[in-house]
Design a protein around this ligand. Structure first.
Ligand SMILES: Cc1cc2nc3c(=O)[nH]c(=O)nc-3n(C[C@H](O)[C@H](O)[C@H](O)COP(=O)(O)OP(=O)(O)OC[C@H]3O[C@@H](n4cnc5c(N)ncnc54)[C@H](O)[C@@H]3O)c2cc1C
Ligand code: SF4
Length: 562
């Protein structure tokens, strides 16, 4: 292994939401930063397929091996990556989605950008389950504000107790199908408000406003939506303070005999050779479970169980969002008069958690995401014409049916809070290694009765909404044996925890600044430090915490404490 002669101020592993924000904030503060990114380069302005018609490809947009969400999708990666396996304990149903490119999963995420609320940081105090965070909403609020100003998010001021307002850009108006959803929600007393997405409805910080092509998952050529790639990493590179090493797969954090991190050992994937960088501070942001894996693989005489793991908590307390979907056919949306369906690549409305748990048989809540209407058709659209009344057949009838039923479906996805449990964790598999010989993760997963009951409630609510719209649900209510349709662990792609934060080093790996208890110049800036999941999508909080941690690193470096 050849050490580089240069010592950087900070080495960051990963360039997704967490790593991109750390690179941005630290280079802007004047630090000399190197980012190790396991994937390949990407630039939305050049590489996005934003304006490609499905008929321009013989595949019509169908998925490929490294683009499971469709061939035009901006994110390279998937549930399985050749040469980079992970394993599951018997009985575990868990899948792990990994990106392998600059910007990570922010290249195609849904941009649903929700702050955690005051209750979300203190759940144990409210219902006795799980654990409280060592910090509260007020500690993170200034960073949420700063993220809003820097990146931009649309939404509406609602003054709800646990869905904090942001510094919002104006939201887009609801589309036709969303107006029908709003009517039904109002009838059923389900709170339904403008969505909160990090898409610009006004120009901001040199970026153009959205022109409503609706293709956000393909990457935006004008960067009107948020990606770490073009909104954080590109300006960090422009400071001249960032060295971005792509195809650099981190293997472990290196330490000296005093237990201080000295840098990161990595594989140069283009040659398959070992290399390393030296740095005064190391920030892991490789995504929650991968950062846990890196820590577990960073063994040394001082840290035989891995770094930041002297009390064995690394890999523990992992969670994913609970989820289930229901979709249906709405006859009154059939044979519609062609109308303007332009909008952002995502919902214009959503339903935050609206009920009181005291009256329910499960703790915590969920929010509802809305989809459907007349989105751009591509391979597999309408997902099975035979499910519509009299739908299907051949030739002219089939074409006519497609025209009649196009735009006449609606769908709801529940996204709820899972409570960490002792049976859901990851560890190093004692036998399996990846193509470079690095031990891989083995996942253990179990939902508790809390999550099953919550998902049953989602199913019942979505079915009631579709009935209220005068529609027919496509599939029958899943039974208890079918887990009420709960999505498998990991498949909502909001995995968090594994490097939990806390004031007590016996029960947590990092402190309230996301700084390892066992190694003062090591930080974690992804979803690893999350203590609980909340019923919010996590990325706005990953960004705010990464910014907060970066401010702390800057301050401590200035004081000579790092
Ligand atoms: C389809 C989809 C939709 C989503 N929608 C939403 C949404 O609407 N709202 C929301 O809040 N969240 C959403 N998410 C989740 C969101 O994308 C993640 O929460 C967020 O990207 C996590 O940021 P991260 O920095 O931890 O990880 P990532 O963004 O995954 O970035 C990690 C980076 O680290 C690199 N890396 C990994 N291992 C190594 C290694 N050993 N060495 C070097 N580099 C490494 C990876 O290549 C990757 O680039 C969605 C995710 C997906 C896939
Ligand atoms: S909908 Fe707007 S933000 Fe999304 S890709 Fe199109 S122009 Fe860009």
């Amino acid at each position: 292994m050849r050490p580089l002669s240069r010592t950087y101020d900070v080495c960051i592993v990963g360039s997704g939401a967490g790593g991109g924000m750390a690179a941005y904030a630290l280079t802007k503060a004047g630090a000399d930063v190197v980012v190790l990114e396991a994937g390949r380069p990407w630039d939305n302005a050049k590489d996005s397929a934003m304006l490609t018609w499905p008929y321009e490809s013989p595949r019509r947009g169908a998925s490929t091996a490294d683009r499971p969400f469709g061939e035009f999708d901006a994110c390279i990666g998937g549930w399985e990556i050749p040469g980079e396996p992970y394993t599951r304990s018997p009985g575990t149903d868990f899948s792990w989605w990994r990106a392998r490119m600059v910007g990570g999963r922010t290249n195609h995420w849904g941009r649903i950008s929700l702050r955690f609320g005051p209750y979300d940081f203190k759940r144990k105090s409210r219902d006795g389950l799980g654990d409280d965070w060592p910090i509260g909403y007020d500690d993170v609020a200034p960073y949420y504000d700063e993220v809003d100003r820097l990146i931009g998010v649309f939404g509406s001021t609602e003054n709800l107790p646990n869905e904090p307002n942001g510094l919002f850009l104006p939201p887009p108006r609801p589309r036709c199908h969303e107006l029908l959803v709003k009517q039904a929600a109002d009838k059923l007393h389900v709170t339904c408000i403008p969505a909160r997405l990090s898409i610009l409805t006004r120009p901001l910080n040199g970026r153009a406003a959205c022109h409503y092509c609706g293709q956000c998952n393909r990457g935006c050529r004008v960067n009107a939506n948020f990606t770490s790639t073009n909104v954080l990493i590109a300006p960090a590179l422009a400071t001249g303070k960032l060295t971005l090493l792509t195809n650099a797969m981190a293997r472990e954090v290196t330490v000296d005999s005093s237990g201080r991190a000295t840098g990161v050992a990595y594989i140069d994937k283009t040659t398959g050779t070992d290399a390393r960088v030296r740095a005064r501070v190391v920030v892991l942001a490789a995504s929650a479970c991968e950062s846990a894996r890196l820590l577990l693989n960073s063994t040394s005489p001082l840290f035989p169980n891995g770094l930041a793991n002297s009390t064995g908590v690394v890999g523990r307390y992992i969670t994913d969002t609970t989820g289930t979907d229901v979709s249906g056919f709405i006859p009154k949306m059939m044979d519609h008069v062609p109308h303007n369906h332009d909008g952002v690549g995502g919902m214009h409305l959503y339903m935050p958690w609206w009920l009181d748990n005291a009256k329910l048989d499960f703790p915590r809540g969920y929010h509802i995401e809305v989809w459907g209407g007349a989105a751009l058709p591509s391979y597999g659209f309408l997902s099975g014409i035979h499910r519509y009344p009299a739908g299907g057949g051949y030739g002219k009838q089939l074409k006519d049916d497609y025209r009649r039923y196009y735009g006449a479906s609606i769908g709801f996805s529940g996204r709820g809070e899972m409570i960490p449990n002792d049976d859901s964790y990851c560890e190093l598999d004692p036998a399996a290694v990846d193509r470079w010989g690095i031990p891989v993760l083995r996942f253990h997963w179990k939902w508790s009765e809390h999550e099953y009951r919550q998902v049953k409630h989602m199913q019942e609510t979505f079915r009631a909404l579709i009935a209220e719209m005068g529609g027919e649900v496509f599939a029958p209510m899943p039974t208890r044996e079918q887990g009420y349709g709960i999505a498998a662990g990991g498949t909502i792609i909001h995995e968090l925890g594994g490097v939990r934060m806390g004031d007590d080093p016996k029960t947590s790996a990092v402190n309230r600044w996301c700084q390892a208890h066992d190694c003062k110049n090591l930080f974690v800036a992804d979803g690893g430090p999350f203590v609980s999941q909340a019923d919010k999508n996590p990325t706005w909080t990953i960004l705010a915490l990464s910014m907060r941690t970066s401010a702390y690193i800057t301050d401590q470096m200035k004081k000579g404490a790092l």
